[in-house]
Design a binder for this molecule. Structure first.
Ligand code: DSN
Length: 399
């Protein structure tokens, strides 16, 4: 590279990644092929619009790459193109979620998502997010005793509040979500059901976690977590679902979402990113990825069990996924999540501080940490490595 300053920073970041253990549940390590596609000359091209309907000329190959990406996304999750549409242009998870709200829920109407403290994402209606400012957000949580979803309670809130859309699928919830129950809840109050599967999409693709597609109307996901692709997002929508326009026309959710992404929210799609997503989707359809997804969960279960044996309280008592929430403060060693994550970083283990159910502290200095095994499993870690890792973490935090 001619730019030595940036070259140096890239090399330093590469070295940092190489010498540290990342247990950030939303991170992973992409393949060289994904990196190559990301760095390709597709970045030079403006492609506002959709395949076959662009504003600028020169789209022979961008159209092909976007159509291939869509085809691979539907195939990976076993979806028929007659029943499902996928938009592959969302730049990342938050804009993808925002596009769905803009498409399907009139401004000021009610949406219902899990609160941040209990494991929901900011874009599930938190007051600091546009989703909590533009829409009237009702929040649900986990049961304070069991720390898992209480579907009866969620149903009661939904029937009382009658939201236009319910959001399931979370950022810091380690358990399996019963999507059938969420469908029943949405039907009981006439709501659209949106599932944000960003965290567990790779586990669904690998057949290691239940698929939400049988029950959801819309499914959003990022590509860069367990799915092990570049930073990007996908929005799947059922073609048969429609809304009536002001003029009395029936418009499909898919068309409304496409219009909300472009021109509603974004300009030109990042075609280099879309080509890299296509590469990652092909990788995730290979048999080796099924093994990977299963190993991610095996590793997380062992890490959670070993930490628990060493006296740490694991939220909800364990995990069914790639992620684990550890209470480091209330029932732990009396150290906040901020302190715990700082101590671990000094020893080369990278985690994030996280709020936990029944949180008494602030999100900047909460009571827990979140751990995930997607990245280390990509690097070949197995159960025995998790046993060692749990001992190391325990030693660092109890120093
Ligand atoms: N920030 C992501 C996470 O870490 O879970 C969610 O967007």
């Amino acid at each position: 590279m001619k730019d030595k300053q940036i070259e140096k920073l890239i090399k330093q970041e590469e070295a940092r990644q190489k010498k540290t253990i990342s247990l950030i549940a939303s991170e992973n390590y992409v393949s060289d092929d994904v990196l190559k596609a990301l760095g390709s000359k597709f970045t030079n091209k403006y492609s506002e619009g959709y395949p076959g309907h662009r504003y600028y000329k020169g789209q022979t190959f961008t159209d092909k790459v976007e159509l291939l990406c869509q085809e691979r996304a539907l195939k990976l999750f076993g979806l028929s193109p007659e029943k499902w549409h996928v938009n592959v242009q969302a730049l990342s998870g938050s804009p993808a979620n925002l596009a769905v709200y803009l498409a399907l829920v009139p401004k000021g109407e009610k949406v219902m998502g899990m609160s941040l403290n209990h494991g929901g994402h900011l874009t599930h209606g938190h007051k600091v997010s546009a989703t909590g400012k533009i829409w009237n957000a009702v929040q649900y949580g986990v049961n304070p005793e069991t720390e898992v979803l209480d579907y009866e309670e969620i149903k009661k809130i939904a029937i009382a509040e009658k939201p236009k859309m319910i959001i399931a699928g979370y950022t810091a919830y380690p358990r399996i979500v019963d999507f059938k129950k969420f469908r029943e809840i949405a039907d009981a109050c006439g709501a659209i059901l949106m599932v944000d599967m960003s965290h567990f999409a790779g586990l669904v693709a690998g057949g290691a976690y239940p698929s939400p597609f049988e029950y959801a109307d819309v499914v959003t996901t990022t590509v860069h977590k367990t799915l092990r692709g570049p930073r990007s997002a996908l929005i799947f929508s059922r073609r048969d679902k429609t809304q009536t326009s002001a003029k009395g026309n029936e418009i499909s959710f898919s068309d409304l979402i496409d219009k909300a992404v472009f021109p509603g929210l974004q300009g030109g799609p990042h075609m280099n990113q879309i080509s890299a997503v296509a590469v990652a989707l092909k990788e995730a359809s290979a048999p080796a990825f099924k093994k990977y997804a299963k190993q991610v969960i095996k590793n997380a279960k062992v890490l959670a069990e070993e930490l628990n044996k060493l006296g740490w309280k694991i939220i909800s008592g364990g995990t069914d996924t790639h992620l684990i929430l550890v209470d480091t403060f209330m029932n732990g060693a009396g150290i906040s999540g901020d302190e715990a994550s700082n101590r671990l970083e000094k020893e080369g283990i990278i985690v994030n501080k996280n709020t936990i159910p029944n949180e008494t502290r602030s999100p900047m200095d909460p009571s827990g940490i979140r751990l995930g095994t997607a990245g280390e499993t990509t690097r070949g870690a197995k159960e025995k490595d998790m046993v060692k890792l749990a001992k190391r973490i325990n030693g660092i935090l109890r120093k």
